[in-house]
Design a protein around this ligand. Structure first.
Ligand code: PMV
Length: 312
């Protein structure tokens, strides 16, 4: 029996993380770091990786329910990934999506993107409580995605109907350290903040919505100055929400002094690191030499790469 190979990209939040949990829009992009999943039939059911068993169970259950299947024949999975884990780059969404797609293909089921989304979302919920679904949608679609959760049962996402203007240069990621908290913890932290300061939180979310829209326009028009302003102000709002740690904040201030802008690119973290920072500068070389001088861990990425796919 032939092996089934699929892969999905990682993602990052260009803007709108956290606010997206409360119905505000988010702008996300896939990145050119992928997770590869292969499935093949085996004689006997075996445990591939104990930490994967729970996720497999959740996804299998969703597939069985949707397609009224009572049994899935034994299979074995192998996984390799270039997406750093626990850093806001969508490694868990990539895994849920790729596993869902591989398993459906293994069962000979041709599913559309909405069905893959629904099944993979149950897997992502296993990791994150009640995620917005933005990560899952982005790793399926690839490219640049405008995402909004109107209701739990109605999530709207659409690829940007243009390619970013050629003036928009390269983004890089700088590691501010792995967050100690999970995405679930950080979403809960914002929920508590919202209970304590409802008006302030609403104002921050409204501001994020406006900035997210402005960011889309700066990608369309190629206005780097505006893009930098959106990243800076978006980051300030995230700091006011309490999701960015001290270490990341001081790193971001030094990037701003250089004339660039940086922000967290997912749930963030405050106890230790805040995950990978999304960094932009009109002169990327300046940024790279600064990072080298300070011994910072840099990941060069392309954004907007291909979504979920079958690999031969
Ligand atoms: O850090 P990540 O990749 O899990 O992104 C989380 C984004 C949040 O908006 C904080 C949560 C969500 O479900 O959208």
């Amino acid at each position: 029996m032939r092996k089934i190979h699929v892969s999905a990209p990682g993602k990052l939040h260009l803007l709108g993380e956290h606010a997206v949990v409360y119905g505000k829009p988010a702008l996300l992009a896939s990145i050119n770091k992928r997770i590869f999943v292969a499935i093949s039939e085996t004689e006997k059911k075996k445990v591939d990786n104990p930490s994967l068993e729970e996720l497999k169970k959740v996804i299998e259950h969703a597939i069985k329910k949707k397609y009224r299947i009572s049994k899935i024949r034994p299979y074995t999975i192998s996984i390799s990934s270039h997406i750093p884990t626990g850093s806001g780059l969508g490694s868990s969404a990539g895994l849920s999506v790729a596993l869902t797609f591989a398993l459906l293909t293994f069962l000979g089921i041709k599913a559309n993107k909405t069905t893959i989304f629904d099944i993979a979302y149950t897997g992502e919920s296993f990791f994150h409580g009640i995620p917005s679904g933005g990560d899952v949608a982005t790793v399926i679609e690839g490219g640049f995605l405008w995402f909004r959760k109107e209701f739990e049962f109605l999530k709207i996402f659409t690829p940007l109907p243009f390619k970013p203007h050629k003036n928009i240069g390269q983004f890089i990621l700088i590691n501010s350290g792995k967050p100690k908290e999970s995405t679930k913890d950080m979403v809960e932290k914002v929920a508590q903040f919202k209970i304590a300061f409802p008006q302030k939180t609403q104002a921050l979310f409204n501001s994020q919505e406006e900035l997210t829209k402005r960011m889309v326009v700066s990608f369309k028009d190629g206005d780097e100055g505006n893009l930098i302003k959106c990243i800076k102000s978006g980051e300030q709002n995230l700091e006011k929400l309490g999701v960015v740690g001290k270490k990341a904040q001081s790193l971001i201030r030094s990037i701003e002094r250089l004339g660039g802008a940086a922000k967290i690119s997912g749930a963030g973290g405050v106890k230790e690191g805040s995950g990978m920072l999304l960094v932009y500068h009109k002169d990327v070389e300046r940024l790279l030499s600064y990072a080298k001088q300070k011994n910072l861990e840099v990941l060069k990425i392309q954004i907007g790469s291909e979504g979920l796919r079958k690999d031969e």
